[in-house]
Each structure stands twice: as C-alpha cells, then as structure tokens.
Design a protein around this ligand. Structure first.
Ligand code: F6R
Length: 366
C-alpha cells in the first residue's frame, strides 16, 4: 500500500505532481483560459456581493488559509479573516448573515472546525468547505464546497492535502476575481497557464532530493530553527516550522522575515539555523538583507531560492532551487523542499515519520 516507498509521508510528498493535477482536472481550462467550479456557481451572487470572508481551520489547514488570505485580498479585494477554529468557537465572534465562511480541513472531522462552522451557520453565514475526505462531516455540514481530490492522506503530517488546499483556494480566488472584475483577463489568463504548469515544476524539484537529503544529514543535530518568509511565503515559513517540529522533534518557529528584528534575532548564534524562503518576488532585496543580518551574527542559513539565483548562493550556507513561477503561485512549490527536509531529518534521526509521537491524524476531540 506504500507503493514501494519506505513511508507514507514520502509517498504522499512525491505524489504531489499527480494530486495537484487531479485537483485542477476538469476545473482549469488553459486553451481559452477559464475555471469551472460548480460549488462557486451555486453561490455566485453571494461571492460577488459578500462583504467579507472568514476562513476557519486548524494546523496545516490554517496555514493554507493564511496563504489564501493574501491571495483572495490581492485578487478579489474582499477582506479576509483567518481564524483558528478553536478560538473562533469560544469567543462569541461577530458573524453576519451573508458572510462567507471557508472551512478548510483535510479530514473533514476536526472537532473544533465542525463546531465553529455549526455556530456560524446558525448566524446565517454561508459555509464553503475545502475538504479532502469525501462525504466527511465538514463536507456534509457545508452549504457548498470544492474538494481537494488529493486522495487518502495516511501520514499524520499533512503534505499533499496542503498543496491541494492552496491549489483549490487559488482557483476560487481567480474565478471570483474574474467575475467581480477585480483582475484583468490578461492577468487571469497568465495565472491560469502558470497554475497548469505546477505539477511539472513540482516534479522538477524532486531532482534535488539527494541534495536535500544531504542537507538534512548536515542539520539533523539541530536544536532550534527559524523559518522566515515574506508576503505569500510568510505562511509557508509557518508551515515549514510546523513540519520540522512534528516530524523531526526539532524546535522551530516561523516568522515574517521582517519581524526578526523585533525579537527572534536575539536567538541567532552559530548553533541556530535560519531557513529563508527567498524566491524572486518584490521582497527579494529585503530578504537578502535579512540573510546578511543572520550571517553577520554567525547564524547558519539555508535558503529556498529561484533557479539560477547567484546572489544568495554566495551568502547562504546551503540553497535549494525552485523553478521560476509567478509569486502568487510560488507557495505551492516553496513548501515542497520544506516537507522533504523534515522528512529526511526525521528519517535520519530514526523516528517514525508516519506516526509522530503524541499526534493523531484527525483531532476529533477538542
Ligand atoms: C499538521 C497536521 C495538523 C492538521 C490539523 C487539521 O501536519 O496534520 O496540523 O492540519 O489537525 O486537520 P484537518 O485538516 O483534518 O482539519
């Protein structure tokens, strides 16, 4: 059932070119670019007139929600709030009739997310599920939804479900933006074509697996790591840090790179690794100066960079290359080496990467 792989986790990481393809199949048309999502068509009016979107989720799914916040606000000009379902349910939140709630869940059975959407529904919100498990509780409770079609995820750490969630949320944002007229047809076409290219580009990253494994061996003794990114890649920093904690039992924290100066930089010495997501985007120059600040304090730096980057390769201790892609879609690619890094470190340390201690695949109790 592991299809010849040592662990479900690596099988599921390597499956991502095909799971992302399945997520796009029948939805994204690139000849004359268009997006079909019946789950949005049903509530088109609400999406076009909605005053705000509230995203509810936990864990890795919450990180997908944060990526979506940046993308939906940019493309659709609708304010988005992203909340931990566990906080939302206990704080008498302000929900208006007509608000759109997007519930993101791989399992569709996370207790806090179920209760949170139940409450929002009672207040008249429309619930859209972004769920992987077909027919699950959250899928059934939702008014409408878009499945991620990532297939069963067995490894406790979420990998392919996350890239499926981000892919679905980009499709939703693009479709709503085109209908609302908050994006030009030209930009829409361009992003559709870039999105269709994602499966091949994920495959291209895997050429570096041995290289990533070597980096993992080098850093397997780590005690602490910082993950730093800006913009669309800030949530990817959070997700990379979560993966490292779960699989390798190494303490890690994700931050927006600019927040470094407001505290975390105090931790930097020769024993701390900073993982930068530093692919080409409008923040590129700023990220370089953040990397220089870490190096000046003798910290170790691993950078995820765009293919062919020569600036950062001269400063960082190690680099992993990502194929060039539009910055809005880059988070899908940038998370892949971070999944691999935690996998290889976990394996190097002899841990049961499919079943990390103290964790359950779906958290059905609060
Ligand atoms: C992390 C992880 C968890 C889940 C979280 C939500 O790798 O697997 O953080 O993402 O428990 O689960 P779902 O998406 O099933 O609601």
């Amino acid at each position: 059932e592991k299809g010849g792989y040592d662990h479900f986790m690596i099988k599921e990481i390597l499956e991502q070119p095909s799971t992302i393809f399945d997520c796009l199949r029948g939805r994204l048309e690139t000849q004359n670019p268009s997006i079909q999502l019946s789950g949005i068509d049903k509530y088109k009016e609400q999406f076009l007139t909605g005053q705000r979107i509230i995203i509810l989720a936990c864990g890795t799914s919450w990180h997908a929600g944060l990526v979506a916040e940046y993308i939906i606000e940019e493309l659709c000009r609708i304010p988005v709030e992203v909340e931990y379902a566990s906080e939302f349910r206990y704080r008498n939140p302000v929900v208006h009739s007509g608000d759109i709630i997007v519930a993101i869940s791989q399992s569709g059975e996370t207790a806090d997310t179920i209760v949170a959407i139940d409450q929002a529904k009672k207040n008249g919100a429309i619930i859209m599920g972004v769920v992987n498990a077909v027919g699950s509780t959250i899928a059934r409770l939702s008014d409408t939804g878009v499945y991620t079609h990532s297939g069963p995820e067995i490894g406790v750490a979420s990998t392919k479900a996350f890239t499926g969630q981000v892919t679905v949320l980009i499709l939703v944002a693009l479709k709503v933006a085109l209908e609302k007229g908050t994006i030009t047809k030209e930009r829409f076409n361009q992003l559709c074509i870039e999105l269709a290219g994602v499966p091949d580009k994920v495959q291209e990253i895997f050429v570096q697996n041995d290289h990533i494994n070597k980096i993992a061996q080098k850093y397997s003794h780590l005690k602490d790591a910082l993950y730093l990114g800006r913009g669309y890649n800030f949530p990817i920093a959070l997700e990379g840090a979560l993966k490292l904690k779960e699989i390798s039992y190494i303490h890690a924290e994700g931050y927006p790179a600019a927040e470094m100066k407001h505290g975390p930089i105090a931790l930097v010495d020769e024993s701390l690794l900073s993982v930068f997501i530093a692919t080409k985007d409008p923040y590129y120059e700023k990220i370089i100066s953040n990397i220089q600040e870490i190096k000046a304090r003798k910290g170790m730096v691993l950078a995820i960079v765009s293919k062919g980057d020569t600036m950062i390769s001269g400063i960082a201790d190690d680099i992993i290359e990502i194929p060039e892609i539009d910055e809005l879609i880059a988070p899908i690619l940038n998370v892949i080496p971070l999944q691999l890094l935690s996998y290889y470190i976990g394996v190097a340390k002899g841990f049961d990467v499919d079943k990390p201690r103290n964790l359950a695949k779906s958290v059905t109790v609060e």
